[in-house]
Design a protein around this ligand. Structure first.
Ligand code: HPA
Ligand code: ZN
Length: 326
């Protein structure tokens, strides 16, 4: 359609994408074969059929299992290269991607193997597609503070390649306050800070992300809408929210795309962006997310341009780089 061609042509930044969540079933099988890893599925179709989730934890269980095929530097490079090829086709010119080092170090894969592979993929994407990218190291919030501190120590030799720390995994029962000290230590190392908050967790978790983690950007943030004072604060502080429509649908954060709050967020004056979260698991890359939200909520071209513009304004590019994009 006209609108999908318009979306496809819009230059955009992607700010909420877990690289492990871009592992397509085809690559999962190829890596399983290459590494001699058993996976509990007979076919690509069987893998896709298993991607039916009723909440965040349902998804996380299968997502961590899928990541088990990632073993070598080459695997992480191939994973990143596949994402950037796909993102480039969607008009993504800059991506700030999450990775979950603890998912790998806890399986005996070294932090350095993960970093060498991912940064090789990023450098190739810059050369092949002209896509710039930055890495965001996420702490797994279901693990403890000490494990997060140990991960931050592993990151120290790589700070020149890491832009920010983030917080992901099981939200309920793991409030941001659990990581206040490790985020403070990350800030002291010069890292920016983001956190998943208000996906399943209450508005109080968003307040904690702002007050205790001092985040520069908020991932998801949907449940902020339940707290009018919080909305007002997010607008006033020009906080960027990285919203993920297909993820919200697949993880039952919204019951139906027709109920997605993206246009209410825009109307409230929030600096919202559209992102793919875990594209291989949720059924689409960034343009699919723009298209699904636009169709369900009747977004017009002006709103789509605002969303794309917000993606650059909310990025960690320099002011000069932002100015070149907006
Ligand atoms: N929420 C929390 N943790 C995650 C997600 C998410 O949407 N995707 C990958 N890890
Ligand atoms: Zn996410």
């Amino acid at each position: 359609t006209d609108l999908s061609a318009f979306i496809a042509r819009l230059p955009k930044a992607e700010l909420h994408m877990h690289i492990e969540g871009s592992l397509e079933p085809e690559l999962m099988f190829a890596l399983a074969r290459r590494n001699g890893v058993e996976i509990p599925f007979d076919s690509v179709e069987a893998v896709r059929a298993a991607y039916s989730f009723s909440n965040l934890q349902d998804f996380l269980d299968i997502y961590y299992q899928g990541a088990d095929v990632l073993r070598t530097e080459e695997d992480f490079r191939d994973l990143a290269a596949a994402y950037f090829d796909r993102a480039a086709a969607d008009g993504v010119v800059h991506a700030e991607i999450f990775f979950d080092p603890q998912t790998h170090t806890d399986r005996g894969i070294s932090f350095d193997v993960v970093m060498r592979g991912l940064t090789a993929g990023m450098d190739e994407a810059q050369a092949r597609h002209g896509i710039s990218s930055k890495l965001i190291l996420c702490f797994l919030r279901h693990l403890d503070e000490e494990a997060a501190f140990a991960t931050l120590r592993l990151a120290e030799p790589w700070l020149h390649r890491i832009e920010a720390v983030g917080l992901d995994s099981s939200e309920l029962g793991h409030p941001p306050e659990k990581f206040a000290r490790v985020f403070e230590a990350a800030a002291a190392l010069g890292l920016k800070r983001v956190a998943h908050a208000g996906e399943e967790g209450p508005p109080e978790y968003v307040h904690q992300a702002l007050d205790l983690l001092k985040v520069d950007r908020l991932d998801h943030g949907n449940r902020s809408l339940e707290d009018p004072g919080l909305i007002e604060r997010l607008v006033r502080e020009q906080m960027t929210l990285t919203v993920c429509p297909l993820s919200n649908l697949k993880l039952c954060v919204v019951g139906d795309m027709a109920e997605h709050p993206i246009d209410r967020m825009l109307d409230a004056g929030l600096r919202v962006t559209i992102n793919s979260d875990d594209p291989a698991y949720f059924g689409g890359y960034v343009n699919d997310n723009f298209g699904a939200a636009a169709e369900a909520r009747g977004l017009d071209r002006e709103q789509l341009v605002t969303l794309a513009r917000n993606s650059f304004l909310g990025s960690f590019l320099s002011e000069d780089e932002k100015a070149a994009h907006v």
